[in-house]
Design a protein around this ligand. Structure first.
Ligand code: FAD
Length: 355
């Protein structure tokens, strides 16, 4: 439904907009009002005006990492739809170590990655196929197939809603960790306006450490492959798991992985479960725990089920409610806890609802 402007506040839609039309789960009730910000000034103004009026704000981008209540959002959704990509220089200058690229928060992520690969900007290719917009990538430090945005991010420019000013955080100050950052830890405080990336230039990606990706690329783990091949292989792998959005495929009506991989003391990793070092602890596989707690692919009845391609994705088969989704998530979390003593943590941000 197109947003319609109020005469009193021209930037604000008066028509209740359903969040389900803006989330990849296709779930979520109405928002009280809606602002689509297409410039950075509009974005800051919209959030500042709401804050001054005491109006709750939900900053929304691609809607691929949120679970919104059936009741919707009793406030204003500020949709980040800003655009613009600028590089500090063009071409492959051999005297430069790389390129600094400034990207507006509302730029769609995967088309930006495709363009980066084409222009020979190295370091994002394994993040191909992740839905959403650029400004959301530092929020949970998006990652896949051995790459994380924190590896190439130079700084983030934000509107700080507490200090009421624009600030820049260098990567070292973003407190990046596995699927987390200072922005996720302090929800709602910072509105990401721009992301600055420092990218090497070339044709080969960094060493491929991720075993599954190395296998598909047919290279030894630790060796390098052309970025275009890495992008193609990642997209192929992701499609086989229902991790590339496809409106015709209900396995992709999800938020991707619903639970993060638990990071636990080594002694708590169940026998037979895969694990990887993560600081002084081990990261184990949430998908393995879910499967071994008795939930196979496609588990569930009715409108909410596990993806038929991936046990970590909870999916809407059409006509589902958020409450049904959360109920399946609780069942899975409860049984994994009972069986292994490990409490799964949700990856998406819950809006107006609880697990
Ligand atoms: C099929 C599928 C596969 C996925 N695969 C991966 C994956 O491999 N790796 C991975 O890490 N994630 C993955 N995800 C999750 C998701 O795509 C990413 O987290 C993505 O970065 C979210 O972007 P978005 O624009 O959709 O954010 P939204 O869902 O709109 O927002 C997510 C959160 O970020 C906040 N936010 C968004 N933009 C801003 C901004 N400009 N300023 C401040 N806060 C903001 C929102 O308020 C919300 O709290 C997947 C999701 C799906 C559906």
């Amino acid at each position: 439904m197109p947003a319609r402007a109020c005469s009193a506040t021209p930037w604000r839609s008066c028509v209740p907009e359903l969040l389900s039309g803006h989330t990849t789960l296709r779930l979520g009730g109405p928002a009280r009002s809606w602002v689509r910000a297409t410039t950075t000034e509009e974005l800051v103004e919209a959030v500042r005006a709401c804050d001054e009026a005491g109006e709750p704000v939900l900053v929304l981008a691609g809607g691929s990492n949120v679970v919104v209540a059936d009741e919707g959002f009793a406030g204003t959704v500020v949709e980040v739809a800003t655009t613009g990509v600028t590089a500090d220089h063009e071409g492959d200058d051999p005297t430069c170590g790389g390129v600094l690229v400034t990207v507006a928060a509302g730029e769609p992520w995967d088309p930006f990655v495709a363009a980066a690969v084409e222009r020979g900007w190295v370091g994002l290719e394994a993040l191909s196929g992740i839905p959403g917009r650029v400004g959301a990538t530092p929020i949970q430090n998006v990652g896949a197939y051995g790459q994380e945005i924190s590896q190439t991010l130079a700084s983030v420019r934000v509107w700080d809603r507490v200090l009421k000013g624009v600030r820049s955080f260098a990567a070292a100050d973003c407190r990046f960790g596995y699927r987390t950052s200072r922005f996720k830890a302090d929800p709602g405080r910072h509105v990401v306006l721009e992301v600055v990336l420092q990218l090497r230039q070339g044709e080969l990606g960094p060493p491929v450490e991720y075993a599954e990706l190395a296998r598909v690329l047919d290279v030894e783990p630790g060796s390098r492959a052309p970025m275009t091949d890495v992008r193609r292989a990642v997209l192929e792998l992701r499609r086989s798991k229902g991790m590339v959005l496809d409106p015709a495929d209900h396995d992709t009506w999800s938020v991707g992985s619903f639970f993060t991989n638990p990071v636990v003391p080594a002694a708590d990793v169940p026998d037979g479960a895969p694990s990887w070092p993560q600081g002084d602890r081990l990261k184990t596989s949430a998908a393995w725990l879910i499967e071994h707690a008795g939930f196979g692919k496609g588990y569930g009845e009715g409108a909410v089920r596990l993806s038929t391609k991936h046990t970590l994705a909870l999916t809407n088969r059409g006509g589902a409610t958020t409450e049904e989704l959360l109920s399946l998530a609780r069942e899975i979390r409860g049984r994994v806890d009972e069986r292994f003593g490990i409490r799964l943590v949700n990856e998406p941000v819950l809006v107006g609802c609880e697990l």
